[in-house]
Design a binder for this molecule. Sequence first.
Ligand SMILES: Cc1ncc(COP(=O)(O)O)c(C=O)c1O
Length: 328
Amino acid sequence: MHVDNTFYTVEQGRLAQIISKRSFGGKCFFSNSGAEANEGAIKLARKASPEGRYKIITMERSFHGRTFGAMSATAQAKTQHGFDPLLPGFVYVPFNDVDAVAKAITKETAAVMLEPIQGEGGVNIPDDNYLASLRELCDEHGLLLIFDEVQTGCGRTGKWFGYQNWNVEPDIMTLAKALGNGAPIGAIVAQPEVAEAFGPGTHASTYGANPLVVSAAIALFETIEQEGLLERVGQISQYILSQARSLQQRFGFIESVRGCGLMLAIELSLPGAPIVAAALERGLRVNCTQNSILRLLPAMTITEAEIDEAFEILATAMQETQSKLVSS
Ligand SMILES: Cc1ncc(COP(=O)(O)O)c(C=O)c1O
């Protein structure tokens, strides 16, 4: 069951090939989680950059994980509070603001790192040309572009990887969450010339590419393909959005509804916690992020009947919250 990643295994090679063929022909290093994949990506970006270039520009409201490097990359005070001093070398700018990135670049900058769609930050979808402009800026200044696809990757947006919605390739991409579909695995995928910076002894993980979890990840790709799930995502997404828009007509506190594939948000003008609690009591698990944004990340296998049931529960939870507001 266990072979440490000093050695090659057939499964490890197969999974790397599966990911590489469906993305940008990159090389893969397997870890055990998203945070750990991002730690590795930060190390790789520094190692692959010329001497003196170590700073990484990341986005406000980003989320990259809870370990020290990933937490320092995460530009949210609530995540970092109490853990000073953080890992130096991160510069934060607003999401969807190319000029802010351009102004933040110095001769010490090594990379720009972001989630193609911010998840924990509130399902923030990039403007049409944002990622392409970042790619251009990085090329112009010799910087690496890192996409954290821990949440957007492996089919969630209806493409294998989120960046494919905008046809902009990164130099480094990180994956986790859906990659193992429940089994703990993460991955760093890097353009071959960037990956070369990691020679033997520079990065490793005892359980990275463990044959058991790697087999689970292979099964994920095979199942999504065999069951045509990527193609289904767009259709289900539209169905959920139409249900969410009906709710919006009913409840004045719903400010907006948005989504890309199965990464969707219902933004409220009030705190979402009471709605989340009322929904959970009725068996529906939704998440509230940034205090007032309900984030919906359903499984790719969800049926229309299940969506109807979920929205009935959500409507009841919202009605209950509204009634309490009126009576208080
Ligand atoms: C975009 C993104 N990056 C990294 C992480 C951290 O992943 P993990 O919890 O597997 O360490 C998360 C987790 O929510 C995430 O959403």
